[in-house]
Design a binder for this molecule. Structure first.
Ligand SMILES: [Zn+2]
Length: 339
């Protein structure tokens, strides 16, 4: 009864950054914001080997993506490849709404999607585009087992360049891979949900949130941040001091697209909540005047950005997960963190 009341009435609160990024104080959540990962605000394209927000976050879709995923759609009339590609762009664009700098650019025609090969000596340098999309079997990509999709990302300990053109605290993201599970099922039409299958667009919006380094509020309520205790209102972010006024608030936003759906497929929910937007705006705080191009003398060589400890982080998601698999996921994450 209590759970039902919470579900119906819980106000909107907060966002969570990736759970592996703890500012080296895993039992103290108050400083987690100092350790958040984000894409660096550097000019240039991944086609010139420069990784960051310049030219938009550039994504590549694996060549066999459509042929693999179309048979998994259970709609009476499954989408064709062009519709899937449009839906992918649409899912990305939700995160770029009303944001002058954060946008997403397809580069599939110029750059092949690629996962870091097994044994790659410097996988954090990135393979393929900044964000790559695949459909894979759990046999080939075990992390996606029991999930509708799984996102992993790489980052370095180098401080990223913030939207105001200066280094900010935290980690620099270099690559993200979104893997759909070829043993899951999906549906395209939000008006005609199919029980037990994942709404493709909603699932992808959630995964893109991981590719921006956000995590699951419902899974980590102890790490959930907001600026106040007022339900359902926007989270105002000070663009010069984004951590200002943010505090831990353990009540989570039940409507956040970043909540995971343990044991359930992703239902149709193709929009961000105000709290999802708060998380985005914390990572990419926009002032009215935005420096998107640094003076050349201050412009970092992107490869000089890479240094320090190499770390990989994995986030997962929605899908057909069960609690046991969630535990397994945590173990894997910790193991992989040792890289
Ligand atoms: Zn997730």
């Amino acid at each position: 009864m209590l759970g039902c009341w919470l579900l119906l009435c819980s106000p909107a609160f907060g966002f969570v950054t990736d759970d592996l990024l703890t500012n080296n104080t895993p039992n103290n959540f108050a400083d987690d914001l100092q350790d958040a990962a984000r894409w660096s605000n550097v000019p240039g394209s991944v086609l010139s080997n420069i990784r960051g927000l310049g030219e938009g976050l550039e994504y590549a879709i694996a060549p066999d993506f459509c042929s693999q995923i179309i048979p998994l759609f259970q709609d009476r009339q499954p989408p064709n490849c062009a519709q899937i590609e449009q839906e992918i762009q649409k899912a990305f664009d939700h995160w770029g709404e009303n944001h002058a700098v954060l946008n997403f650019t397809p580069v599939t025609a110029s750059l092949a999607a690629q996962l870091p090969p097994n044994g790659a000596s410097e996988p954090w340098r990135g393979f393929g585009a900044e964000i790559d999309l695949f459909v894979q079997s759990p046999d080939d990509y075990p992390l996606v087992n029991n999930f509708g999709a799984y996102t992993s990302f790489w980052y370095t300990n180098q401080r990223p360049i913030g939207l105001q053109g200066q280094p900010v605290s935290g980690k620099t993201m270099t690559s993200a891979d979104i893997i759909f599970n070829n043993r899951s099922c999906y549906f395209f039409n939000a008006q005609q949900p199919i029980s037990g299958c994942n709404h493709f667009e909603s699932l992808l919006i959630h995964e893109v949130g991981h590719a921006l380094a956000l995590d699951h509020p419902n899974e980590f309520p102890q790490r959930n941040f907001d600026t106040d205790n007022t339900p359902g209102n926007p989270i105002p972010i000070d663009c010069q001091q984004p951590t200002q006024n943010l505090k831990l608030v353990s009540q989570i936003d039940v409507a956040a697209i970043m909540n995971s759906h343990l044991g359930e497929a992703a239902g149709p929910q193709p929009q961000l909540s105000l709290d999802d937007i708060g998380g985005r705006n914390f990572l990419y705080p926009l002032c009215q005047t935005v420096s998107s191009t640094l003076p050349s003398r201050d412009r970092p060589n992107p490869w000089q950005l890479f240094g320090g400890l190499l770390v990989a982080s994995f986030c997962c998601v929605f899908g057909v997960a069960k609690i046991m698999q969630q535990r397994e996921k945590q173990r894997r994450k910790k193991r992989r963190t040792g890289f």
